[in-house]
Design a protein around this ligand. Structure first.
Ligand code: ZN
Length: 589
């Protein structure tokens, strides 16, 4: 995010404590407020809000940021959406913004209005329309009373070519918008529109905040074509990103630290009905990387509860690379064949389902074991199965975890770890990791202690940034992200932490900044000494790096017999060494 006066105005007006108090109880403790973290499950509060600095930070899970970050994380919003939400909350009118002009916003508004009107129309039809009789019977058959169904946002699209189009026209809504969302379509001849959803049971799809953004529609009679169809993709609805049931499930998902992903709309509803209120589903699509990243935002643990048949297992396996790329290790529970979540609970009770979820093994282990079992004793089949698993093994970013998983795979296939490693090493570089792994952000370069201490003290006492002016210290720093922060502080010392951070989108830096902001342990009177000390250490370390590099170059040239430049390089080395010693006693090296 780039510095923007409107963003700063919204930030200044938002009461951070009030905003966060809507999601967890906060108690004042001196300058800061403390409470249970809304982003991870914990018993004693490690979540701290510093209203004066405008940051929150959790010492348990490392979540942290400003008001915008909070709105983004808690509701799953993009930055422009969070800005819009908070601006509305504090009554700031947003001016025209690039990529989010009033026209875009009002267009979004129009699409949401037409979707909402349609949801109410489908709902009333399910409740009252005589043609909805079969839909109501169907729901009763699946164990839902009409009241329950309406409560879950279900509706009915009448068996009629233009009842919705007529209704929307009567309500004065934009038919163009209705066409964009896929509710109606233009007649190919004679003009006018016709309804796209006819004689279907309608599932209203809500975003994380509970706003209707689209529909899933299930055919009731014998229809030609697919049993389920969806709203069209638009500015408000993305089939491959949507998570059905998320707004209902968020609270439990946060409390339990676990999301349960099932395959269909009815599975979600049955589970919620039976008290498993952490259940969500995709919108009839395979799980995508978007889903994996979204779920990760809300819960550290994801359990897939899929059909035990071949299709269900394959669907779970296919989702695995996306989760690994998002650094999530999902577990997988498979329903006994022929059962869905509802019938399982009917027959064996809720504790049986709970036990199935609790005992779910890591999906990666499950996949390895299954592939080993299917390959059996045939050496060729085993080789092929192991090659199929290779992208999953190499997708694991942690070398220790990768090593342990290779060992597990070797045991399952009854081969030596060495041969598994040889196979992995022999794979061509280009196929080493699934494509989606590229989406994982590069880890930030570890920050040297002096650079970390400097960032910390600047956040706690922004006034000290004056000491950096003209030092060009950032050029001597090793961690690029810390260097950018320090450069911003040196260029505009009066701007303050939020603006120094404005162009830097780095989770590690944000964690350091928010952690320092809410941590009141730094002694203010020592700030100046800390800064000057950090500056000296950073410059000295830089000189030491340069001296070492020169020493290496000199010895290489000597061994190659290139003597022409040696004198100049020696002189340079002595000079830098002298500067380094002048900055204080150097540590070893
Ligand atoms: Zn936390």
């Amino acid at each position: 995010m780039t510095f923007d006066p409107i963003v700063e105005e919204v930030r200044a007006r938002v009461n951070l404590v009030e905003l966060i108090a809507g999601h967890t109880d906060l108690k004042q403790a001196g300058r800061t407020w403390k409470g249970l973290c809304p982003f991870h499950k914990e018993r004693s509060p490690s979540f701290t809000v510093d209203p004066a600095k405008g940051f929150y930070h959790c010492f348990g899970c490392g979540a942290g940021g400003d008001a915008f970050k909070f709105a983004m994380e808690i509701h799953g919003l993009s930055f422009p959406e969070a800005l819009e939400t908070l601006a509305r909350r504090v009554g700031v009118e947003l001016p025209e913004r690039r990529g989010n002009t009033p026209r875009d916003r009002s267009r979004r508004r129009i699409l949401l209005d037409v979707t909402r009107a349609a949801a109410l129309f489908f709902r009333r039809a399910l409740k009252e329309d005589p043609r909805a009789e079969r839909a109501r019977e169907y729901l009763t058959g699946r164990g839902f009373s009409l009241t329950e169904a309406l409560g879950y946002g279900l509706g009915y699209a009448p068996d009629d070519w233009e009842s919705l189009a007529r209704h929307l026209t009567k309500e004065g809504l934009d038919l163009d918008a209705a066409r964009t969302t896929g509710l109606i379509a233009e007649r190919s001849r004679g003009g006018g529109h016709y309804d796209r959803f006819r004689d279907r049971l309608m599932f209203t799809i809500l975003d994380a905040e509970g706003t209707a953004i689209g529909f899933g529609a299930r055919a009731l009679g014998d229809v030609e074509g697919p049993k389920y169809i969806n709203s069209s993709d638009s500015e408000i609805f993305h089939k491959g990103r949507g998570v059905y049931g998320l707004s209902w499930a968020l609270k439990t998902i946060r409390e339990q630290g676990r999301a349960v992903v099932v395959e269909g709309y009815f599975d979600v509803l049955s589970l919620h009905q039976h008290g498993f209120t952490q259940a969500v589903a995709t919108l009839g699509t395979a799980l995508t990387p978007d889903h994996a990243y979204q779920l990760k935002r809300y819960a550290p643990e994801v359990v897939l509860l899929f059909d035990g048949d071949d299709a269900g297992r394959k669907a779970a396996w296919r989702a695995l690379p996306h989760f690994l790329a998002a650094d999530v290790r999902p577990r997988a529970a498979f329903l006994p064949s022929g059962e869905d979540p509802d019938t399982l609970v009917q027959k064996q009770g809720a504790p049986a389902l709970q036990a199935l979820l609790d005992a779910a093994p890591p999906l990666l282990e499950h996949v390895i074991a299954s592939r080993a079992r299917t390959a059996g004793a045939d050496p060729r089949a085993r080789g092929q199965a192991m090659r199929d698993l290779a992208p999953l093994l190499t997708a694991l970013p942690d070398p220790v975890e990768q090593d342990a998983t290779v060992a597990l795979a070797a045991r399952s296939f009854q081969v030596s770890e060495d041969s598994v490693r040889k196979m992995l090493a022999a794979r061509p570089e280009t196929t080493r990791a699934p494509e989606s792994v590229a989406a994982v952000p590069e880890p930030s370069i570890a920050m040297p202690p002096a650079e970390e201490a400097l960032v910390r003290v600047l956040v706690q006492q922004p006034g000290l940034a004056e000491l950096l002016v003209g030092t060009e210290l950032d050029r001597s720093m090793r961690a690029p992200i810390a260097a950018r922060f320090v450069r911003a502080a040196a260029q505009d010392p009066a701007a303050g932490t939020n603006r120094w951070l404005a162009d830097i989108d780095d989770p590690a830096l944000l964690r350091l900044v928010t952690g320092s902001a809410v941590d009141a342990t730094g002694a203010p009177e020592q700030g100046t000494r800390v800064v000057t000390d950090c500056i000296r250490r950073i410059q000295r370390d830089r000189l030491r790096d340069e001296v070492e590099a020169l020493a290496r170059e000199i010895s290489q040239r000597e061994s190659r017999g290139e003597i022409s430049e040696l004198g100049r390089l020696q002189q340079l080395k002595i000079e830098k060494n002298r500067l380094m010693l002048a900055l204080g006693t150097a540590r070893a090296g």
